[in-house]
Design a protein around this ligand. Structure first.
Ligand code: ASP
Length: 658
């Protein structure tokens, strides 16, 4: 097919621009053919770009050449159209299209490029397998829905930059090739060619750099930045993801919250969502008790309460105290099978004791009454202020010590159950945007396997001043000046006020089991900096991908990332990760060459292991252990050699590879 050249032609309009008021204008449009309908003398082309679709009409009367070309056009061909805008006949107006009141009568058609038949139609709604979409991402991204998502992402990034700039934050880039930062995930490593055996780590976050910027007097920093974490992926995770990273000097938590709430308000205004401020604040302990989660969905009211059995009942019912109770208003109608399902779910989530009571005008009715008596049931039910018509659920662990681990196990199970009930009873109304700050997180988490404390946020988070004295004596009780931002049950950000004093930082490292030597080895540069005039500072990082996904109404962050990876961390389009040439591995010092050859001198065998092909320096000489004859080698760098006499099965190590 003969293709035309674009030459000096410029678009006069985009494909979504034309309206009735443009009738009579001569225009030049360019784009992709979305559809062609051939009615013989009349050929319609729907021409698409990222703004929309315009219907183009080709007839031999207007231009025989354009009509001829239009006969050969297929879906996704790239065309340029010159023609006149004319109003459509009222009967053929297309109300679905913004340009539906007009069409363009083509006086010239440029065939700018052909296209293979696409593996799936380029349409908003798609049933195509995600794998196929990712393999042909450039076509998937051409779809209107993806265009809107990626453009929304751009608008969101602009809003971030504008807002942060207004608040006198500056964007500073921090390195990608750096040392490991402790965010609790595995690092991606980059081997150094120049320093064999040494690796850069890709940053899990710019945490240390942003703190160094505060030490350096930059006062207010932000960055829309890529972070890398080698974790087992879930639907909403990517090995590389984008954060809005923020840090400020001389902060108060409230000042930071206010700036971030303002930012969220501006971002969500882009999708016409009015967020109500200030966002509620909820302590971690209350969140765990009431909602069984540190990222609770507050879009519906159900809340658990910790309870103990009334006096006398403990001997009859052997469960951990406290257990938990939840009032579900108006659900006394719950059926046996619904309750059975909840019980199953409770078990699956780790709570092996489940009971319920139904309340009506005559009182509370519960299978529990047989064991602990009517009075005890009444006491429990009134403990959650249940009214006639309500259902009360009880959840617990059968025989456990009420230690932190057991309480948190029960909390987690109660959180799962609450969400399940919310879903079943459809308590979360569409259009709910429930923002929340969770504050006062514990400083440490006890790792049962490793038998030691780990930082719940990261080790640079400041403990609450009033808890400092418990750092050594009761680390589990220390609360941190850490906070998370939660939206509809998803964590969309987290941060903390930092430690700015070296003495406190050293105590935290020691609680975490890092010896001063180890701490120095990993963070020496940072510890030195802390002693160089560090202002009080604090910050936050927001998950940009997740926020944009929520704004776009997408449940999967891949829908708002132009070139994402699959859940097994593969880029299906460019087929990464991929193998590399052996030579590259050798160059990076990751593998070595191994060569076996006949020993010309004694007819035995040589086995050489070497790092690189001869480059500069003097070529080493190796001598046959039998004849002592010298043999020059064609490589340099590290090398080793083994020799085997003729008919022998044992190797002599002539030189160790090291
Ligand atoms: N660096 C932390 C993170 O990536 C956020 C922060 O503390 O600012 O989760």
């Amino acid at each position: 097919m003969k293709l035309d050249l674009l030459g000096e032609r410029q678009r006069t309009h985009y494909c979504g621009d034309l309206r009735k008021s443009d009738a009579g204008k001569t225009v030049f449009l360019a784009g992709w053919v979305a559809r062609r309908r051939d009615l013989g003398n009349l050929i319609f082309l729907d021409v698409r770009d990222h703004t929309g679709i315009t219907q183009v009409v080709c007839t031999p009367e207007l231009s025989a050449e354009a009509h001829d070309k239009a006969e050969n056009v297929r879906a996704e061909y790239v065309v340029g159209i010159e023609g006149e805008v004319v109003p459509r006949d009222p009967a053929t107006v297309n109300a679905q299209l913004a340009t539906g009141e007009v069409e363009v009568k083509a006086t010239a058609l440029l065939l700018l490029n052909e296209a293979k038949t696409p593996p799936f139609p380029i349409e908003d709604e798609t049933k195509t397998l995600e794998e196929t979409r990712l393999r042909y991402r450039y076509l998937d991204l051409r779809r209107g829905k993806m265009q809107r998502n990626i453009r929304l992402r751009h608008q969101a990034a602009l809003a971030v930059r504008e807002h942060m700039n207004e608040h006198r934050f500056i964007e500073v880039e921090t390195p990608f090739m750096t040392r490991s930062t402790p965010e609790g995930a595995r690092d991606y490593l980059v081997p150094s060619r120049v320093h064999h055996g040494h690796f850069y780590a890709l940053p899990q976050s710019p945490q240390l750099f942003k703190q160094l910027l505060m030490i350096a007097g930059y006062d207010r920093y932000f960055q829309i930045v890529r972070c890398f974490r080698d974790e087992d992926l879930r639907a909403d995770r990517q090995p590389e993801f984008t954060q809005i990273d923020v840090e400020m000097a001389f902060p108060t938590r409230e000042a930071l919250f206010n700036i971030i709430e303002g930012l969220i308000e501006k971002m969500f205004a882009l999708v016409d969502v009015k967020v109500s401020r200030p966002f509620p604040r909820l302590g971690y302990d209350a969140a765990m008790e009431m909602f069984g989660s540190d990222k609770p969905h507050l879009g519906f009211d159900l809340a658990w309460k910790r309870m103990n059995l009334p006096a006398g009942a403990e001997e009859k019912l052997h469960i951990m105290q406290p257990f938990k109770a939840l009032r579900v208003p108006g659900w006394a109608t719950a059926s046996r099978s619904q309750l059975d399902k909840l019980q199953e779910q409770a078990k699956a989530s780790g709570a092996d004791w489940f009971a319920y009571a139904k309340v009506d005008e005559s009182g509370a009715h519960s299978p529990l009454a047989k064991g602990i008596g009517e009075d005890a049931v009444r006491t429990l039910v009134s403990g959650v202020d249940a009214k006639a018509g309500d259902l009360v659920l009880f959840l617990g662990l059968k025989s456990a010590q009420a230690d932190r681990a057991a309480i948190s196990k029960l909390d987690n199970a109660s959180g799962d159950l609450r969400l399940e009930i919310g879903r079943r009873l459809e308590l979360i109304k569409p259009g709910t945007w429930s923002f929340l700050w969770v504050i006062d997180f514990p400083m440490f988490e006890y790792d049962e396997k490793e038998k030691r404390y780990g930082a719940m946020h990261h080790p640079f988070t400041s403990p609450r001043e009033e808890d400092l004295e418990k750092l050594e004596s009761d680390p589990g009780a220390v609360k941190a000046l850490a906070y998370d931002l939660v939206l509809n049950g998803s964590e969309i950000g987290g941060g903390s006020i930092r430690i700015h004093r070296q003495d406190i930082q050293a105590r935290i490292f020691s609680t975490l089991g890092l010896t001063p030597e180890k701490a120095r080895e990993r963070f020496g540069f940072f510890l030195d900096a802390l002693e160089s005039g560090t202002p009080p500072h604090g910050g936050i990082a927001l998950g940009f991908d997740r926020i944009v996904a929520l704004m776009a109404g997408e449940s999967n962050i891949r829908e708002v990332i132009a070139f994402p990876k699959t859940t097994s961390a593969v880029d299906l389009m460019c087929d990464a990760p991929a193998t590399v040439d052996q030579e590259q591995l050798v160059e990076l010092g990751l593998v070595h060459h191994v060569d076996a050859m006949r020993c010309e001198s004694c007819e035995g065998t040589w086995l050489f292991e070497y790092e690189m092909l001869g480059r500069g320096g003097t070529a080493p000489v190796v001598s046959c252990p039998v004849t002592q004859e010298g043999f020059p080698l064609q490589y340099s760098g590290r090398w080793g050699a083994k020799h085997k006499k003729r008919k022998s099965i044992d190797w002599d190590i002539v030189r160790d590879f090291s």
